[in-house]
Design a protein around this ligand. Structure first.
Ligand code: CA
Length: 249
């Protein structure tokens, strides 16, 4: 591994460790080298089984998952990582397939983002940093306040447990990132919020799709027709608007 040329996470004690599962040695070598150059500790696994074994002993900060693996379907692997480490570890899909359906499916199953082969090293690093920022439990999040329950359009959201209850009482468990986003909307309903406001930071990278990913996941839960959203509306060129009255209890 090459010496670190840039700190991966300034202010952190140890750089985030990243697990890569990829059956093509050429691609794996490139990814591991790029990660090393940017100060990350990377471990490479050739099969899904090897990765799952390692996850049992030590969870990483992030997993990079190639969708086309010899022993297990990449989607199945993403679902399994999420089942074992809900919200605790980021998942970036590496896909050469180029099918939009695959990417969307991967995000539905709990991946945080995807990158298509071949990719630019700086794009890979930008996406990884973006995911790790989201996963950091304390980074950029507001100080914890007392748990409260918000009601909107027949839904209920408990900020203490991140549980979301549908009008028919069905319960959804949101990831930390999804819950943070929903809470931001609930605290400022019926106002246009920019992507920067929703991410809580300035200078959002054009590569940063994390807001769109989370919005899309929230819509799948909240909207009866996610393609024609009534609650989380897109305001073209401006941002998003949470269109509902909200009452806090
Ligand atoms: Ca492959």
């Amino acid at each position: 591994m090459t010496a670190a040329s840039a700190p991966a996470n300034s202010g952190r004690e140890t750089p985030a460790s990243i697990y890569l599962v990829e059956d093509e040695p050429e691609i794996a070598r490139i990814v591991v080298r790029v990660l090393g150059d940017f100060g990350f500790t990377a471990e490479w696994f050739r099969t899904g089984a090897e990765l799952l074994r390692r996850l049992r002993t030590r969870p990483p900060g992030l997993c990079i998952v190639d969708l086309g693996l010899p022993d297990i379907d990449g989607m199945e692997l993403v679902r399994e990582i999420r089942r074992r480490h809900a919200g605790a570890c980021g998942v970036l899909i590496l896909t050469g397939r180029g099918y939009t359906a695959d990417r969307v499916m991967g995000l539905e199953l709990g991946a945080d983002d995807y990158i298509v082969k071949p990719f630019e090293p700086r794009e890979l690093i930008a996406r990884i940093r973006s995911i790790l920022r989201r996963c950091e439990p304390h980074a950029g999040s507001p100080p914890p306040t007392a748990a409260r329950v918000a009601e909107f359009s027949g839904w209920r959201f408990d900020t203490g447990s991140n549980a979301l209850y549908a009008p028919d009482a069905e319960e959804f468990s949101l990831s930390t990132a999804e819950a943070q986003l929903l809470r931001l909307f609930l605290e400022r309903p019926n106002r246009i919020l920019t992507r920067e406001q929703l991410l809580g930071e300035r200078g959002v990278s054009p590569y940063d799709r994390s807001i769109d990913v989370r919005i899309s996941r929230l819509r799948r839960k909240l909207e009866s027709d996610p393609h024609n959203p009534k609650i989380i509306k897109t305001v073209y060129g401006a941002g998003y608007l949470f269109s509902s009255t909200v009452s806090w209890g």
